[in-house]
Design a protein. Structure first.
Length: 249
């Protein structure tokens, strides 16, 4: 995804209801994203500066930053839509047909800044959290920072929604799954992909618990091996059983 060099455009509020045309933009944007392995490192200086910004605007309880990336191409007229399970300790994000989505029942989950403003390249079931306590100047300051530091293709804005612990991202054939790191086995972390912030002794800091892309011990980045039958995943119980059979849960 090309970096943005123009001035910040007029942006819709994060809590604006999504519309059908937003879904098509989400699909197109997702298919432009680099794999996380192809993204450069995020400098610690930027992460620390953003920690201060998020805490100062009281955004840290609701929002974090995310390494902008995708893992595969998705078909036209689909989006990546996530659903939380097991008290938010598991988030299953699937390729989902736009025609089956009620826009009033989903919200943007991870946003990247494009020429047209903020675009959610991953969506999430359910309503947005109440963002009324976030400082009114937060979004403008955040966008100005990523623009001025040429980070628009690297750092996205994430609406938090999973548990407080660390989460490991596993790649499936038609989606991804975030699982509590304490529940995952036989995997190796490859890089941090999501950062949360907090206040400690009155000072902003990066949380110890983050989101991390993990690969299987065999070296595969996908849980289910190519050349073998792909398990049919009709519900979350099928998913958990398949992950257990694969030896990662």
């Amino acid at each position: 995804m090309a970096a943005i060099v123009s001035s910040p455009p007029t942006l819709p509020r994060l809590d604006k209801a999504l519309e059908i045309q937003d879904f098509s933009k989400s699909c197109a944007l997702y298919n432009e994203l680099l794999d996380d392995a192809d993204q450069p490192a995020v400098a610690d200086e930027h992460i620390e500066n953003l920690a201060g910004m998020f805490v100062r605007h009281k955004a840290d309880k609701f929002l974090g930053i995310h390494l902008i990336h995708g893992h595969f191409k998705i078909p036209k007229n689909t989006v990546m839509l996530g659903t939380n399970f097991d008290n938010n300790s598991l988030r299953w994000t699937r390729i989902t047909n736009i025609s089956g989505i009620d826009p009033s029942r989903v919200h943007g989950h991870i946003f990247a800044l494009t020429q047209d403003g903020l675009c959610a390249y991953e969506l999430q079931d359910g309503p947005l959290p109440d963002l009324s306590s976030v400082g009114p100047g937060f979004l403008d300051e955040f966008l100005a920072y990523i623009l001025n530091n040429n980070l628009t293709s690297l750092i996205g804005l994430q609406v938090l929604g999973c548990g407080d612990g660390s989460m490991d991202e596993l790649i499936l054939d038609e989606g991804t799954v975030m699982v509590d790191s304490l529940s995952v086995k036989n995997t190796v972390p490859t890089r941090i992909t999501g950062w949360k912030f907090e206040t400690s002794d009155g000072n902003p800091r990066v949380c110890a618990s983050n989101e991390t892309h993990a690969k299987i011990n065999t070296g595969n980045h996908r849980v289910f091996n190519a050349g073998k039958p792909i398990p049919k995943l009709e519900n979350v119980e099928d998913l958990k059983a398949a992950l257990a059979m694969a030896g990662v849960l």
